[in-house]
Write a protein that binds this ligand. Structure first.
Ligand SMILES: NC(=O)c1ccc[n+]([C@@H]2O[C@H](COP(=O)([O-])OP(=O)(O)OC[C@H]3O[C@@H](n4cnc5c(N)ncnc54)[C@H](OP(=O)(O)O)[C@@H]3O)[C@@H](O)[C@H]2O)c1
Length: 254
């Protein structure tokens, strides 16, 4: 028996066009799952889907949807079920990060961040949990962050949303455990993706890698293993957890 096999399972990964989401989608596909990836850019999704499915005998579908638009979130959930017949594993991974000092936060930026980083995640779970309950098997995985557990200057809305996802996963876990559904967060540290590369100065990029025990940034594929643990039967007794994947950042308190 391969505990990490996802053969016969279907997964939806939001923010699957690049970065961590794409790496998780490839990991799931390699483990035998059919996958749907989503993001806003059809061109990026098309290219990513081809890469994710390359050399594998699984279905890789893509659906363009903006997670800041509630109607598109609902349409994404419905369309994903229609394409693959069911969704067993939901990875709520799409995220944005707009730093603003507390006394300069605009309603527009706050609301958009909360919508994408938190509310859309709840909504996706709300739409897909009924099918998981019926089948008595499901996996909810939320991409939180080490910034859901600690803070960083000016990341007010980001830290608030990432911490909220940890609370959401714990509440989900308690409610859905009787249905064979687990709910967990992944809390990545510094990973080499577009998000931090666009936000950080060169000095901060160096500082981030210096803070890790491993002395380097994480590569996107290094999130695939922890995600696969939570998605597969290997992680069947892990629920309500926030799994830190940070190269040892939190080992370094001073
Ligand atoms: N990289 C890190 O160091 C790190 C650390 C901790 C947590 N995280 C979290 O990991 C997750 C993935 O981020 P990443 O690092 O892989 O960043 P990324 O490369 O910027 O990827 C973000 C993904 O989300 C999608 N997305 C953004 N806004 C969206 C929207 N409104 N609707 C639908 N999709 C949207 C993007 O595609 P489009 O822009 O084309 O829509 C892309 O596919 C995020 O939740 C992030 O907060 C990252």
């Amino acid at each position: 028996m391969n505990l990490f096999s996802l053969s016969g399972k279907s997964a939806l990964i939001t923010g699957g066009s690049r970065g961590l989401g794409k790496a998780m989608a490839r990991g799931f596909a390699e483990a035998g799952a059919d996958v749907v990836i989503s993001s806003r850019s059809a061109d990026d999704l098309k290219e990513a889907a081809a890469e994710i499915g390359a050399g594998l005998n699984v279905r890789v579908e893509w659906i363009a949807a903006d997670m800041s638009d509630r109607a598109q979130v609902k349409a994404l959930a419905d369309e994903a079920v229609q394409r693959l017949g069911k969704i067993d594993i939901l990875v709520n991974n799409a995220g944005i990060n707009n730093p603003q000092p507390i006394d300069e936060i605009t309603d527009e930026v706050w609301d958009k961040n909360v919508e994408v980083d938190l509310t859309a995640c709840m909504a996706m779970a709300r739409y897909l949990v009924p099918g998981m309950k019926q089948r008595k098997w499901g996996r909810l995985i939320y991409t939180s962050s080490v910034l859901g557990l600690g803070g960083r200057l000016h990341r007010n809305v980001y830290c608030a949303c990432k911490a909220a996802l940890i609370g959401l996963a714990k509440a989900n876990a308690l409610e859905l455990g009787p249905y064979g559904i687990t709910a967990n967060c992944l809390c990545p540290g510094p990973f080499l993706t577009d998000m931090p590369m666009k936000l950080l100065s060169d000095a901060d990029k160096q500082k981030f890698s210096d803070r890790t025990a491993l002395g380097r940034w994480g590569l996107p594929r290094e999130i695939a293993g922890p995600a696969l643990l939570l998605a597969s039967d290997a992680g069947s007794y892990i629920t309500g957890e926030a799994i830190v994947v940070d190269g040892g950042v939190f080992a370094n308190v001073l």
